[in-house]
Ligand binder design. Structure first.
Ligand code: ADP
Ligand code: C5P
Ligand code: MG
Length: 219
């Protein structure tokens, strides 16, 4: 009898956990900061130590630009060079698909670092429209860095990145977009008490020590 009970439990337990996991809403951390602030670098380090999936909106857009048959390639290419923000209908679909695919691979994959999003009011509205109630935004990691440091890091990255926007002309436009469109979004989240600001001008390991302290406290 006991054996039957235990074996019943052991076969039922995973399915119960599985169902709980299926009901688990994606838990999202938005990662924001100027171009070159170190968002991608820090997200990679977070993924090494914590159970998060890193989704970079910029990487997803670059992949879509390169995808054979994409109807948006030209538009994305132009926006990236000009430092403009791609219409959210495109970006939110890429993010939503990537999140769904990730969650399908394993029910444990429901924590996301969404890097470089939302970058303007259009992005934020798109997120609220499509994802409202479907995902929880836990907090915003804000990598704070002077424009000068951002530009120098991107110019250095440009020596090997092959990116069409790691040049001085594009960078000036990207910084303007950041100041005019992204900072107000960070400010909105700050008013809700959701922003965790990190001094990103220091070396990678010092920045990561602060990142870890924040994630450990939030989790
Ligand atoms: P973002 O994703 O915010 O644009 P990246 O993580 O790609 O920034 O970093 C931009 C460039 O700066 C990369 O070449 C990276 O190696 C370098 N970098 C990142 N963090 C630091 C840091 N704390 N100090 C110095 N260089 C950094
Ligand atoms: O974050 P990353 O530096 O990779 O972004 C590169 C470019 O991708 C941005 O300057 C912008 O043109 C585009 N982008 C966007 N919308 C986002 C994220 C990136 O249009 N949410
Ligand atoms: Mg990046």
């Amino acid at each position: 009898m006991i054996v039957r009970l235990l074996s019943g439990l052991s076969t039922r337990a995973p399915s119960v956990l599985y169902r709980v996991a299926l009901m688990m809403k994606p838990q999202v951390v938005f990662v924001l900061g100027g171009p070159g602030a170190g968002k991608g670098t820090q997200c990679s380090k977070i993924v090494e130590s914590y159970s998060y999936t890193h989704l970079s909106a910029g990487d997803l857009l670059r992949a879509e630009r390169a995808r054979d048959g994409s109807e948006f390639g030209q538009l994305i290419d132009n926006c990236i060079k000009e430092g403009k923000i791609v219409p959210v209908e495109i970006t939110i679909n890429l993010l939503r698909k990537a999140m769904e695919e990730t969650m399908q691979t394993d029910e444990k994959n429901f924590r996301f670092l969404i890097d470089g999003f939302p970058r303007n009011e259009d992005n934020l509205q798109g997120w609220n429209t499509v994802m409202d109630g479907k995902a929880d935004v836990k907090f915003v990691l804000f990598f704070d860095c002077s424009n000068e440091v951002c530009i120098n890091r991107c110019l250095e990255r440009g020596k090997s990145s092959g990116r069409t926007d790691d040049n001085r002309e594009s960078l000036e436009k990207r910084i303007q977009t950041y100041l005019q469109s992204t900072r107000p979004i960070i400010d909105q989240y700050a008013k809700q008490g959701k922003v965790r600001t990190i001094d990103a001008s220091r070396c990678v390991d010092e920045v990561f020590a602060d990142v870890k302290a924040i994630i450990d406290k939030e989790d």
